[in-house]
Design a protein around this ligand. Sequence first.
Ligand code: PMP
Length: 395
Amino acid sequence: MAKVLDSFLKENLDDLKSKGLFNVIDPLQSANGPIIKINGNDLINLSSNNYLGLATDQRLKEVAEKAIEEFGVGAGAVRTINGTLELHTKLEDKIAEFKHTEAAIAYQSGFNCNMAAISAVMDKNDAILSDELNHASIIDGCRLSKAKIIRFNHSDMDHLRQKAKEAVESGLYNKIMVITDGVFSMDGDVAKLPEIVQIAEEFDLITYVDDAHGSGVLGKGAGTVKHFGLSDKVDFQIGTLSKAIGVVGGYVAGKKELIEWLKVRSRPFLFSTALTPADVAASKKAIEILMESTELHDRLWENGDYLKKGLKELGFNIGESETPITPCIIGEERLTQQFSRRLYEEGVYAKSIVFPTVPQGTGRVRNMPTAAHTKEMLDEAIAIYEKVGKELGVI
Ligand code: PMP
């Protein structure tokens, strides 16, 4: 290894470790369901984004197996050469129907999708108004576009309006976009989309909502934009197939011309191999299940409310979440990690989230109850929280 790389890595890794900011990865020895196995131990899983339990759903497994049998394990090429199977276009039609838009385009991941979509439309002569708590993939997508990035305070609509006005009046930019997460995954709060859309109309802003954590969860499953009745007012509806949908992939849903443009100008669509047949078939099935019934969605909310109530009654700070995402805010980074480790030793897998993912001093254990958890599992988790909370002086 080059000496300069060796010293760079040592210095920075030691620094992270000494500050308690180094995340340890535990490989799972089971599927990512409500109970997972790690190091031979069965644990109640409160850390996955598999909100509806669809990652292990038998119906999805069956269509995935069938797709592998018929189409193989790989798509074999990028979408624009000959990697587009009929399965891909059927999935995209289904996404458009699910999102109440004219068309949709699928990408290999949600992260990829943000990198692809923002930079396909915005360039150095443009500006992007971005909520300060937007996801890393949005931040990277904005940077890639070379547009001027103007951050506004989290969900602060007066600040957004002021920044939009300044950007328009400066006369410096050809196009201006406003970007927000639909649901903010660290706190579980929901973007103020009606106000954002109103400001966008006033200043002719392009609207971009990344609903990775709202799809399957809000709007009876159809997402945050639908929840607010704004399906025809948001230009870019972004989603991922990796969370509530339970598989992998990302998408943009919007007007036909926008999707046509993305198909000829977004680089991961043009230069990276298409989603596999199994991913595509399973994702389409998941969306069909969501469109047929709200059963899983309803169970997710019931479980979210149950866990929140249990932790709140014990005296934990669970923040102001408006969704089933249940943060348990501990504060100091090392205490947060110790808390999470003790939960683990007692049988609950709930990961600590610390700086730089969340602001310094607001370390938290993030709980994601899913539709697949039983009340018994949640009761056991709450009892373990009580034990560890008392032991570490958090409650
Ligand atoms: N956007 C948001 C808001 C996310 O939370 C995530 C995943 N953490 C992504 C995009 C990336 O999605 P994926 O995991 O499908 O790449």
